[in-house]
Design a protein around this ligand. Structure first.
Ligand SMILES: O=C(O)CCC(=O)C(=O)O
Ligand SMILES: [Fe+2]
Length: 217
């Protein structure tokens, strides 16, 4: 056990790099190899067993399936409302517990939830958004752990030019609270990517009895 932990986490973590916009304002901090390859592989395998969903969301009055699969993991009582869906927590798989502990030691972020996204190939994507739901509090920290296919996340403070950051497998990206971001489709990406976007949800913000809970079946 001790040996395994050593191989996962004691490898030197590359120093963080700031990602700045054209005016020099920081958008994010990037750690290129935060999680060792062995730990990435173990986590990837455990995530395959999650109850993945591809819910429909309404866009201009019409229902469309989201262009990726997702699963919401969180501590009990930490429901999350996102794009008109109320997501009920699924438990964290065992491989994620030491990762959560290590993350919360790194940034004092108090993460208790993660939206896990599965991009099956380069066609799957995520539109521009910022994670500003009220249950995340006024200054939400967000950190993205990436596995599998490298994809480019675009970042910006306002409409206009954006910065792209290629998210390598095993990398960690902390976003400045309130920054806009999105993942474009990529013709070159043929393999699957999984991202885990860690967040802190205010426990009990959405009472369990609210209607429209998905993700609990
Ligand atoms: O997959 C990514 O890197 C971004 C995911 C994201 O922005 C989110 O889950 O809110
Ligand atoms: Fe996001």
């Amino acid at each position: 056990m001790e040996k395994q932990r050593h191989s996962d986490f004691a490898a030197p973590v590359s120093p963080a790099r700031d990602i700045l916009d054209h005016s020099g304002r920081r958008l994010a901090r990037y750690w290129p190899s935060w999680l060792a390859p062995q730990a990435q592989a173990r986590l990837w395998d455990q995530l395959q067993a999650l109850p993945w969903q591809q819910p429909q969301v309404k866009l201009f009055g019409q229902a469309h399936p989201i262009p990726r699969r997702q699963c919401y993991l969180a501590r009990p009582g930490c429901h999350y409302r996102y794009s008109g869906l109320l997501l009920a927590p699924q438990p964290f798989p065992a491989a994620l517990e030491p990762i959560l502990t290590r993350l919360n030691a790194l940034g004092q972020w108090g993460f208790n939830a993660a939206l896990v996204n599965h991009y099956r190939d380069g066609r799957d994507r995520m539109g521009w958004h910022r994670d500003d739901e009220p249950e995340l509090g006024p200054k939400p920290d967000l950190a993205i752990l990436s596995l599998g296919q490298e994809r480019v996340l675009r970042l910006r403070w306002q409409v206009g030019p954006s910065e792209g950051v290629a998210l390598a497998p095993g990398s960690l990206l902390w976003l400045e609270p309130g920054v806009w971001h999105g993942l474009n489709p990529s013709a070159r990406a043929s393999q699957a990517r999984i991202s885990l976007t860690f967040r802190r949800v205010i426990p009990g913000f959405h009472p369990d009895r609210e209607q429209g809970i998905t993700g609990a079946d």
